[in-house]
Design a protein around this ligand. Structure first.
Ligand SMILES: *Cc1c(COP(=O)(O)O)cnc(C)c1O
Length: 350
């Protein structure tokens, strides 16, 4: 170590899924296989490049108003950011400022741990049961805040709203964040609980169900007091987060609700089909409420299967960490892509 490194902050960064730049069957980072709305395409076609001379609107008003209107909340309850990752990072910095450990599930989005370490936030991971189910009782102990994805990743499992509400009831003195990256593929959103819990923040993304991972848009919805604090942190860090193009494209996506719903239905239909086929090939498939499947084969080794798939340009996700090393996470692609996956599996398992 060089002497000047003594005063340098050292962190273990998050490892994002691979983003191969060549044409592959890409089922490794839960992107949407279908394009964004045609309305988004129109915005890009007609975009007045002169607008780029100016800084974008620091309040992101156009997009915030559209999101507020869509969800039936006040614009002062909405915070938009560069992907939900930015909204989450700023939320950790803002809301998890106490001395007690924050709580999140042991098997979950691995970025939570990274942000906690980055900001020196103490944390404790709750155990899941043997079926990867999050147990609400684990969140009854004294803590400095809570973050849970619903549905959870990479397990794909949905937690009933009554359980989330139970956790909120037991935790009225800390901020509780529900990361709803995949909620559009699931049953009910925690947005329903906003009226009753001022300490609840619900976070959403345009990266999965809205087919706009490359645009980087995410948002949080909560009480006015939470959003005010979040905005104060943002404006202490970078006032111009979302760029002018993203703001307009985000708005266009929200306004085309018919297309959005159609694409969600299509992904769910493919998911159910693929789930059946994988089960018939000897896979255990968790009951997904997302746009991916978390699967384990009764005989085939997960890491070897992952590598064999990759050698055929089919990218899925595998982690060496316990207790998920026997599993693969497979995003739902087009029907054609999933047929190729199934065909490969049949040959491989033979
Ligand atoms: C994909 C994902 C995110 C990050 O989404 P971006 O909006 O692309 O930053 C956050 N949380 C979970 C659980 C995710 O799966």
């Amino acid at each position: 170590m060089k002497s000047f490194e003594a005063n340098i902050k050292k962190v273990v960064p998050y490892t994002p899924g691979e983003q191969p730049q060549n044409k592959v069957i890409k089922l490794n980072t839960n992107e949407n296989p279908y394009p964004p709305s045609k309305e988004v395409e129109k915005v890009l076609h007609n975009f007045d490049v002169d607008v780029l001379r100016l800084y974008p609107d620091p309040t992101i008003k156009e997009l915030v108003d559209t999101i507020a209107d869509y969800h039936g909340v006040d614009p002062e309850q909405v915070f938009a950011g560069v992907g939900s990752d930015e909204v989450l990072a700023l939320s950790f910095l803002t809301f998890f400022h106490g001395k007690k450990p924050i709580l999140f599930p042991k098997v979950t989005y691995s970025f939570y741990k990274v942000w906690a370490d980055l900001y020196d936030i103490p944390y404790k991971c709750t155990e899941l049961d043997e079926n990867f189910v999050i147990e609400k009782e684990d969140f009854y102990e004294d803590n400095g805040g809570i973050i849970i994805p619903n549905p959870n990743a990479p397990t794909s499992l949905y937690m009933e709203l009554s359980e989330i509400e139970d956790i909120l009831k037991h935790n009225q003195d800390v901020v509780v964040i529900i990361d709803e990256a995949y909620i559009d593929y699931a049953k009910e959103s925690a947005l329903k609980l906003l009226d009753r819990y001022e300490n609840l923040l619900v976070i959403r993304t345009f990266s999965k169900s809205r087919s706009m991972a490359g645009m980087r848009i995410g948002y949080g919805i909560g009480s006015k007091v939470l959003i005010k604090h979040l905005n104060n942190t943002k404006h202490s860090f970078n006032s111009y987060t979302l760029n002018a193009v993203s703001i307009q494209c985000g708005k266009a996506s929200i306004e085309d609700d018919a297309y959005f719903k159609e694409m969600i239905a299509r992904v769910i239909e493919t998911r159910e089909q693929v789930k059946m086929e994988l089960k018939s090939l000897g896979f255990t498939v968790l009951d997904s409420s997302t746009n991916f499947l978390f699967v384990k084969h009764k005989e085939a080794n997960a890491k070897k299967l992952f590598e064999a798939l990759k050698a055929k340009d089919i990218y899925v996700r595998h982690w060496m960490d316990e207790p998920v090393s026997d599993y693969l996470r497979i995003s739902i692609g087009t029907n054609e892509e999933m047929e190729k996956l199934i065909k490969f599996m049949k040959e491989y398992l033979n």
